[in-house]
Design a protein around this ligand. Sequence first.
Ligand SMILES: [Zn+2]
Length: 137
Amino acid sequence: MSAEELPTAPHTIHDWFHGYEEEGKLRGFTCPNCGLRTATWGLACQRCGKADLIEVELSGRGTVVAFTILAVPGDDFLNDAPYAYVVVELDGGGRITGWMPTVREASQMAIGDRVHYVPSYKPGVQFAKDSDARSAP
Ligand SMILES: [Zn+2]
């Protein structure tokens, strides 16, 4: 691929981040060639390399596929630890990492738990368990 053929996109990584921080929406991309849906910003498909990805709003609901409990957090989360750091497979496609302040120890969570996105003033993507009555979807 020459420099003249580098992919372009109508979105920037700044737009993408502010999609969830300011609008309360999870944003991602769908490949017009192979249909892969991703929750990570990019200019070309991770699977087939096609450019001109289509920006889409992702589902705010999904299933936990991996998690750990963070006891030593970053500066923005000093008052929240311990909390769960999760990988969520969103309904309709796209895997995204997030954090869950309502889960404080591993015994409170399991792979396969259903979760939903909770817009927050904090950075990152916050989730809560569907079974958590304090933040029912
Ligand atoms: Zn593709």
